[in-house]
Structures are given as C-alpha cells and as structure tokens.
Design a binder for this molecule. Structure first.
Ligand code: BGC
Length: 488
C-alpha cells in the first residue's frame, strides 16, 4: 500500500485542491461522508473460517455467467487485509464506513448458532473501525444468500431465518454498530436474480419472481424487529435503489410500461416499507401482479416498521419503452439454451443527452435531486431522514508508468453528485424538506463487480487483481476526498 501524496505543484493539482476546499466548505456540520463496500465483492477468503457457500459461489463458477470468467474466491482479499483497509479508511478521514456482513460467514447454514470464526473476523473489523474513530454501518444482506437455504428468497422460510440471523447479530454486535441496514437493493435481487436470471441465483421467472420480493420485504420487517428486540443501540434502516422513471414517449403503451417499471423497481419496495401497502399495478398488469393486491395485511404490518433512516442508492434515471428488449441488449454473455432468455414487456432505453460512466450509466446528478424529491412527494411525513447509501461510478482507471492512478472523471462525478444532493435538499431545492444525513461513496476499493467480474472499477483505491498480494493504490479521487474532508 502506498499513501504518499502526489505532486501538488502542477496547475491541475492546484485546481482540484481548490475544488476540494470549496466542496469541503459547503458540507454542512454533522453531514456524514462515508465509503461503502460489500462482503462478497471484497472479502475473498471463500473457504476460510468455515464460511458456508452463498448463492453467488456456484453462480460465479458456472461457465459464461461472469464477463471475464473470474470469481470472488479471493476478490480484494479484504478477509486477510482488513487491518490495512482500516488504515486506508482512517487516513481518508471519512466519518463512517458501510460494509456488509456475509450471512454464510457468520451462519454457514443460514440457521443455527453463529460461527465463532465468522464473528471473530467482524469483531476485528469493528474494533479497528472504532479505534480509528469511524462509525460502522453494517448491512445484514448484500445479495449473498446462504446456499443451504433451499429456494433462496422464493421460500418464505428464508425470511424467518433472516429475522433470527438479525436478532443474533444484534446480540453479538449491538454494542458496536451505529447503523444497521437490513437489505441492500431488494429490487435488484428480485429483478436480476429471480426475474431475468442475469444475477444469482439465476432464476428467470419474470412476474413469477414477485414472491422473492415479498419474502425479502418480510425479512426486512423481521430484521428490524430482531435487533430492536436485542436492544441494539444503533439506528436501523434499509438501502433501496431508486430510479426516477420517464416514459420514452407520450404514447399510452410507453406510459403504462413506465408505470409498470416504477412499480417493479421503486414503488413496491418503498411503498411497502414506508406505507405498509403495495402500489396499485397499472391496470393491464393486475393479473400477473396480483400478489400485490392479495397480500396478507398481517405481512404488510410486519414489513412496515418504524425506521430511523431510509437509504437511497442512486445510479441513474430510467427511460422506459413498451415492448421487450431487443435481443442484443440481453446483458452479459452466457451459456445456456436460448429459451432461458426472458424479457419483460418493457425495456430501458439510453438517455443520449447525458455522458456515461465506464459501466454505461447516465451521469445525471440532477436526477439525484429528482429521486430525493420523489421520495418526499410520495412519502411525506412517513419518510424518515435519508442517507444516500451508495453513489459512485466505474471508469477504466489505469496506473500510469509511475504506478499512480489518476481518475479525474470520478472526482467530477463525486463532486457533482454531492453538490447536487446538498442543493436538492436546501431551501427552494427540488427536495427541500428532506433531512439528508449523509452520503456513502461506492466504493472504498475496486472489487468484484458481480457479473462484470473485475472489468469495472468503482474504488477510490485501486486494487491490483493480477498481483497475489492485491496491492492497494489510492487513486487521485482518494487524495481529493482527503482534502474535501480535511477542509470541513
Ligand atoms: C450495489 C453494489 C454494486 C454497485 C455498482 C451498488 O448500488 O449495491 O453491489 O457494486 O451498485 O454497480
């Protein structure tokens, strides 16, 4: 690991230092700036400490699922380099760190007693964070379901198991975790994992995936109750991905498709958690979405727990057109019979007016304000204080011949999104009235980016995945953020 400062005497370096100071100045007192990661994406140590397999282990082993044919058995080797990573966090100067607990590391079978070795790993991380003055935000579930839980989220019992797991973790770590996130992006798990089959566990059930959504939401409710019953001292919330939706045209078919996407991607999750009801499906879809209309009200009462905060993961807005996606837009290449390629009766079309990240996502910071405004307009007094629990971008960051990694595009991205978020909630802004508590940058480290393998780098810190020791090199965005944070 090298944390030597880069040459700050060039005009370009002076310009970004100036911008850092300006942004630092603008951050309100008490506004939390943190970084985020997830267990499966960084830990590795797949066979260490008695870790059980998760849904992503066999998925990444299957031919053709992961773009570069890689897997996450070593990933960024955070499991063995946790102390170094805490040093990186401390030197960065952020307030908080959002990480996830790997369910199958702390409870290898997804049920029963917690694993001592698994707990010991997170003990070490938590103690390191607290000694460094960094507030821990722990996500209980970031997509890695214990494989032993048959049926995964299609099985209602998985929700019960999750409630138990959350309770046990509350007992184990309730004295040291400041913020608990129950689930990370249940919408992504449902849509990619169970509806389209592009992510683990690879089920392509389209509307038949809705039970996986309902069971995750039920799990969320139980997981809020679990730690609270264990008397944890921290605050509890959820991290939902929210994308402002537009119809591709004023045609009725596109408007209906956009409303359907809004239900499946945004409203189902936020309405259930914050209002205790599912949204009305757009009329032509009442039959495939009947689960939303026929849910047991008792389940909805469990799902709607009072939350201390609401986590918003923002990537980009979505423009929706009626009709299935053209076959070429089917996601990552993979083996398997053609009939496994399924499609919803709508597809996402690009926003050509915006530049894009290395992952092809529209860079549209103004829509972060729109997303916050939608939350306020839809949920009003039922919306608790908000954290942006993930915001960041991948770019093809390469080391120069001296080994330094320059990522000016990430600096621009982060500066623009942080500025947009603060402006949105300021008086007169599109989301005035929302209490915005903080922003978690995705991500601290380059990591295993799910089906994109190691081909997309989101980190403030470069990780050399070809080198056995997984050398960390802070990028210029890390230096820039250090300055921002120091200028507060
Ligand atoms: C997800 C991460 C993912 C990132 C970039 C986040 O919102 O939670 O797991 O790596 O987006 O795609």
């Amino acid at each position: 690991m090298s944390t030597k400062p880069v040459n700050s005497n060039t005009p370009a370096a002076r310009a970004w230092e100036h911008r850092a100071a300006e942004l630092g100045d603008r951050l309100p007192g008490g506004f939390v700036v943190g970084t985020a990661t997830s267990a499966f994406q960084i830990e590795g140590g797949a066979r260490e400490g008695g870790r059980g397999e998760s849904s992503w282990d066999p998925f990444t082993a299957a031919a053709g699922r992961i773009r570069d044919g890689s897997n996450a058995s070593v990933a960024a080797d955070h499991f063995n380099r946790v102390d170094d990573d805490v040093v990186l966090l401390r030197e960065l100067g952020g307030d908080a760190y959002r990480f996830s607990l790997a369910w199958s590391r702390v409870q290898p079978d997804g049920r029963g007693a917690l694993s001592r070795a698994g707990l010991a790993f997170y003990d070490r991380l938590l103690d390191g964070l607290l000694a460094a003055g960094i507030s821990p935000m722990a996500t209980l579930y970031h997509w890695d379901t214990p494989l032993k839980l048959r049926g995964g989220w299609l099985n209602r019992d998985t929700a019960m198991r999750f409630g138990d797991y959350a309770h046990l973790l509350g007992e184990a770590f309730g004295d040291r975790i400041d913020s608990w996130v129950t689930l990370n992006e249940p919408a992504t798990v449902t849509l990619n994992g169970y509806a389209l089959g592009t992510d683990a566990p690879g089920e392509a059930r389209l509307f038949g995936a809705l039970p996986a959504a309902h069971h995750q939401l039920l799990a969320h409710g139980l997981a809020v109750q679990g730690p609270r019953a264990a008397d944890v001292r921290g605050e509890i919330g959820i991290a939902n991905v929210h994308s402002p939706v537009q119809a591709a045209s004023g045609r009725e078919a596109d408007e209906v498709a956009a409303a359907l996407f809004d239900v499946l991607h945004n409203r189902m999750y936020a309405d259930a958690v914050l209002l205790g009801r599912y949204p009305e499906p757009p009329e032509p879809y009442a039959v495939p979405l009947r689960l939303l209309l026929e849910t047991d009200p008792e389940d909805l009462r469990t799902i709607r727990q009072p939350l201390d905060f609401y986590g918003l993961n923002y990537v980009q807005p979505s423009r929706i057109k009626a009709g299935p996606a053209p076959v070429t837009a089917q996601g990552p290449p993979r083996d398997g019979p053609a009939e496994t390629v399924v499609a919803f009766p709508f597809h996402v079309i690009p926003f050509r007016e915006f530049p894009v990240t290395g992952a092809g996502a529209a860079i549209a910071p103004e829509y972060l304000g729109v997303a916050l405004g939608e939350l306020r307009d839809r949920y009003g007094d039922d919306l608790p204080p908000v954290y942006i629990t993930a915001g960041g971008a991948s770019f093809p960051d390469l080391a120069d011949k001296w080994g330094a990694v320059h990522d000016p595009a990430r600096i621009d991205y982060l500066a623009e999104h942080l500025t947009a978020a603060l402006a949105a909630v300021a008086p007169g802004g599109p989301a005035a009235g929302v209490t915005l508590r903080g922003y978690f940058i995705w991500s601290l480290l380059d990591s295993f980016e799910w089906t994109a393998g190691y081909t997309r780098r989101f980190g403030l810190v470069h990780v050399d995945f070809l080198d056995g020791t997984r050398t960390r090199t802070p990028k210029s965005s890390y230096r820039w953020l250090q300055k921002v944070l120091a200028a507060r």
